[in-house]
Ligand binder design. Sequence first.
Ligand code: SAM
Length: 267
Amino acid sequence: MSIQQRYDASASASPSSFHTDFDGDRYNDHYVNGVGAEDAQIIDGLVGWVVDQLQAGTLEPHSLEGPHLDVGPAKTRHWPAILEVTMAPGAQLHEVEFGRGNVAGLQKALLQPLDQRWLPQEAAMVAAGGGAYGPYWQGVLQRLRARSVVSQGSIYDLPRAHYGSGSMFFVACSIASSKAMFDAAVAAFIRSLRPGAPFVAAFMEKSQGYAAGAGTSFPACSVSKDEICEAVARYARVDLCERTTALSEGKVREGYEAMVDLAGWAR
Ligand SMILES: C[S@@+](CC[C@H](N)C(=O)[O-])C[C@H]1O[C@@H](n2cnc3c(N)ncnc32)[C@H](O)[C@@H]1O
């Protein structure tokens, strides 16, 4: 089931309230209960895109030099696993997170055994990869831990043309209270990638804000699928941009219209 569906829609807060208050534990408590229908669709779409590239030879397994980027992970580490198959041996995964509690949580998790509650996400990736390619995702969450370097930082301050691949899940749409801030976050993410670097991402469509912490509501920018694709296409070649049609039964709330998963290449 998807976290995004579980938060009550709430009025936007000022962006300044967002930074350090994000309650990643609350977020995870809702999220790690399994893979929701929307998450499964996003994983299918994005792992399917990676498999297409492997089949076409546009991506080679374990070939891309790092560092690789996951921006705004909260306390989750499964989304960058979609691209782990592309990462060269020894290449690092840089997890750049603004919330200080989340940074501490990500670091602490590296000192503990892999939280088994994340294995359904890995299993969904193995299934999405199919018989020939699914094995690339077997054990990916454990492998990713060895690559992880966690740091506190902002998407708006990412270095230019630095990363060999990237992932950004529900960040640009979930930290901005204006279209200008959304566009700037998208630009900062893609421009941080080296030209030609692949990336995967997901967004909430038409989000009205959400709560993630006691009494804390977070800003969101209401953007349509077309606006999302256009914002990304200014800086990238977009291969895939699709809305989720699946809905986790009984979990739908007001406050957004769909999720959008997207894959492409930085220009
Ligand atoms: C909606 S959560 C998404 C978490 C995770 N990627 C996922 O898909 O479950 C948004 C995340 O962005 C982080 N964040 C907020 N402002 C940020 C900024 N300026 N730069 C990077 N991350 C930021 C928040 O702390 C939070 O972890």
